[in-house]
Design a protein around this ligand. Structure first.
Ligand code: SF4
Ligand code: SF4
Ligand code: SF4
Length: 325
């Protein structure tokens, strides 16, 4: 008798859609996937309703790839539902892994986001000062709409996660490897592992030229220098998150002559990307006097957004403490 097909689900929480598209990027490998598996839930591609998922027995889905962070009550409800219905739940992509780009909203608060989006933005016309509602009466009945939370959370701050597959988006080859490991019954890594990655930092893998004890006096944005194509970006004064980032992507941005932005998250040893980057940069500043050190550090544009671009909610900081005004 043929082996029963696996049941797969893909869901997006607070996401840009890139992770869902990366699943499609498997190209012809999709046919191999579909030989072994049926997609039972994937809002971007299939018309399967939440009530259909609710009707599934617990543990019915073999593998769920959850991409996106948890930003509202709908994301949280579906995260809990899919946890119950799935044997293996993977936090897929930087947003589900550590909060990702949407997680930068933890540098402010809901009240300020709503003020800017619904009252102040150049493209907003809102003469009645309407704000999003969680309940709204229409002729057909009362609509219940998702509640926007104050905080963005990575998936594991809401439900138990089996594996993390980082990246913005993850490399498609890694997804195919994970899928084939499950299909073939290969030994899976211990629960809680970050998969499709290596333990060392990106700098250890990157082939750009590095000099011992190189010191820098000036930080630049990438467009402010003429990159020589071979010297370490940090040594050219451009912030590159390599020292604080896990390898596994094949240093793909650097091969394209762009500095790493840190989407694979920190190594298990570094834990907090901001702390690790500050310590890496601290050893490179070419100044002794506190004032001069400050002047050099102040050249780094948006340090919080740069060092925690993909990881603020999952970092040791989690969020900025803000006044409610
Ligand atoms: S990880 Fe990147 S590609 Fe995936 S949903 Fe988040 S922002 Fe989009
Ligand atoms: S800082 Fe960036 S460019 Fe320099 S070695 Fe590390 S990964 Fe490569
Ligand atoms: S080089 Fe950095 S930002 Fe680019 S894919 Fe790799 S980890 Fe992500």
């Amino acid at each position: 008798m043929d082996k029963p097909k696996l049941k797969l689900a893909v869901y997006w929480g607070a996401a840009c859609g890139g992770c869902c598209v990366s699943v499609l990027d498997v190209h012809e490998a999709l046919f191999t996937v579909l030989e072994h598996a049926d997609l039972v839930f994937w809002p971007i591609a299939l018309d399967i309703k939440y009530k259909d998922v609710e009707a599934m027995p617990d543990g019915h889905i073999d593998l769920t790839l959850f991409n996106g962070a948890v930003r509202n009550s709908e994301n949280e409800h579906i995260a809990k539902l899919l946890r119950k219905k799935s044997k293996i739940l993977v936090a897929y992509g930087s947003c589900a892994h550590m909060g990702g780009i949407p997680g930068l909203a933890n540098l402010t608060i809901k009240a300020k986001i709503f003020k800017r989006a619904y009252f102040e933005s150049e493209s907003t016309i809102n003469p009645d000062n309407v704000l999003p509602q969680t309940h709204y009466k229409v002729t057909e009945g009362e609509l219940e709409l998702p509640k926007f939370y104050n905080d963005v959370r990575p998936l594991d701050q809401v439900v138990d996660v089996d594996y993390y597959l980082p990246g913005c988006p993850p490399q498609t080859e890694r997804l195919v490897e994970v899928f084939l490991a499950i299909v073939t019954g290969a030994q899976l890594p211990p629960k809680g592992s970050v998969i499709g990655v290596k333990e060392k930092s990106l700098c250890e893998e990157c082939e750009r030229k590095k000099t011992e004890n190189k010191l820098i006096k000036k930080f630049n944005r990438p467009w402010q220098i003429q990159d020589d194509g071979e010297t370490c970006f940090l040594e050219q004064g451009v912030i590159c998150m390599g020292p604080a980032t896990r390898s596994g992507c094949g240093w793909r941005c650097i091969k394209g002559n762009a500095p790493c932005r840190g989407c694979y998250g920190p190594t298990s040893e570094a834990k907090d990307p901001g702390a690790k980057m500050m310590s890496a940069i601290g050893t490179m500043i070419d100044a002794k006097e506190p004032e001069e050190i400050n002047q050099i550090i102040e050249q780094i544009e948006d340090p919080a957004g740069t060092f925690y671009r993909f990881s603020l909610p999952g970092s040791m900081l989690r969020r900025k403490i803000c006044k409610n005004t």
